[in-house]
Design a protein around this ligand. Structure first.
Ligand code: NAD
Length: 360
């Protein structure tokens, strides 16, 4: 298969971690007989330095022409970098919002996996973490409260702020279909999270999810109120497979789920549109404090590359090979500084990438 991949190395540790993910992908190409064509584009601070803006129209066109985008991270030290003296629409993060909008990326996927080998980093009690967990939070990314009409008014000398939460059935249906498709590739369980005891938007959400569920009789569906879900994530995370939810609930729950793994350098993510196209990136930022020192953990980016193979190219066997190689490296006792524990061997970003590549 020919895979046309656009890479955004970005800023800070971005170029270092993307380079390790490419190393792993090249090994996959060699072993499984694929052709990977990588084209780099500039985004964030790297683009500001060259073009004066965080993302050019040419870069967007290049990304649109690709099959998928693999990103490192963008942004600098928000206290000291001159990029943050610019007006908000010219700062590095504006590039990210622009590309998400241009590519119509409405579904955000964030896995939260607890590896047995890293269980010590999990802040939950041992009897809860012992079972391990592998959750995929699927968050609607372009609708709901964050995109609704908002205003602040003054009535009889009292200030009043109004935000509106709107979803139409098409917005719900398209993400529900994505959720069920992905649940089918996993343990075939989908928990739809809402606040249907209070909100009309949640009642519509639940109704549409139930309609879509009829097309997926092999996937077990359950509905859970968001307040209960927030509790269940720390009480019994092993019960979850795919968690499907709207924008604001997903924002909060995905951060909660990633915190319970305890390892930010391990967390991948994907943002998808209604074709097979997706943008894949680690959940962490550009870590300017360790940039250029070969200290970054490349695993979140390598696992993002694995998600890319699985969800944009349907190359499940190849994705499984990457996931297994990551697990093997952890079993063999290798750690970057951020996940280091006693008795393990500390390695840098490059060596970690090579060790994973060797195990494919
Ligand atoms: P951060 O995630 O970059 O760093 C937080 C802490 O985690 C730091 O101590 C860092 O060294 C460490 N860390 C993060 N990733 C690591 C890795 N792979 N290996 C080892 N250690 C790692 O968050 P921040 O410091 O709040 O933000 C720094 C910059 O990143 C800011 O400009 C912010 O806007 C940007 N940011 C970008 C994205 C993105 O590109 N999608 C996401 C979040 C933050």
């Amino acid at each position: 298969m020919r895979l046309n991949i656009v890479c955004i190395p970005g800023d800070g540790i971005g170029p270092e971690i993307v380079s390790e993910a490419k190393k792993v992908l090249n090994k996959i190409a060699e072993k499984y007989g694929h052709e990977m064509v990588f084209t780099d584009i500039l985004m964030g601070g790297a683009s500001i330095d060259v073009h004066g803006i965080p993302l050019t129209d040419e870069a967007i066109a290049t990304a649109k022409a690709a099959d998928a985008v693999l990103m490192g991270s963008i942004g600098g030290d928000t206290n000291t970098s001159p990029w943050y003296q610019l007006p908000p629409e010219k700062r590095p993060e504006a590039g990210l919002l622009k590309i998400r909008k241009a590519l119509n990326l409405f579904a955000n996927l964030r896995p939260a996996v607890l590896y047995e080998e890293l269980a010590a980093a999990c802040p939950l009690k041992e009897e809860i973490s012992a079972a391990g967990f592998d959750i995929l939070i699927m968050r609607e990314l372009t609708g709901g409260l964050y995109f609704g009409e908002r205003k602040t008014v003054e009535e009889n000398g009292v200030r009043k702020a109004i935000d509106t939460l709107t979803y139409d059935e098409n917005e719900i249906r398209r993400i529900a279909i994505k959720g069920f498709d992905i649940a089918r590739k996993r343990k075939k369980k989908l928990t739809s999270v809402d606040k249907a005891n209070v909100l009309d938007s949640s009642r519509l959400w639940r109704a549409v999810v139930n309609e879509v569920a009829k097309e997926y009789p092999d996937v077990k569906v359950e509905h859970m109120l968001v307040d209960n879900c927030a509790m269940q994530l720390v009480k019994d995370p092993a019960q979850f497979d795919v968690v499907l939810t709207e924008n604001m609930f997903g924002d909060i729950l995905s951060d909660e789920a990633s915190m319970v793994t305890g390892s930010i350098g391990m967390l991948a993510s994907a943002s998808l549109n209604d074709t097979k196209f997706g943008l894949y990136e680690p959940s962490h930022g550009s870590a300017p404090d360790i940039a250029g020192k070969d200290l970054a953990n490349p695993i979140a980016t390598i696992l993002s590359a694995s998600m890319m193979l699985r969800y944009s190219f349907d190359l499940d066997q190849e994705a499984d090979a990457i996931d297994a190689a990551v697990k093997k490296v952890l079993q063999d006792g290798y750690r970057t500084g951020d996940i280091m524990s006693e008795g393990c061997k500390k390695v840098g970003c490059k060596e970690m990438g090579s060790l994973i590549t060797e195990r494919i």
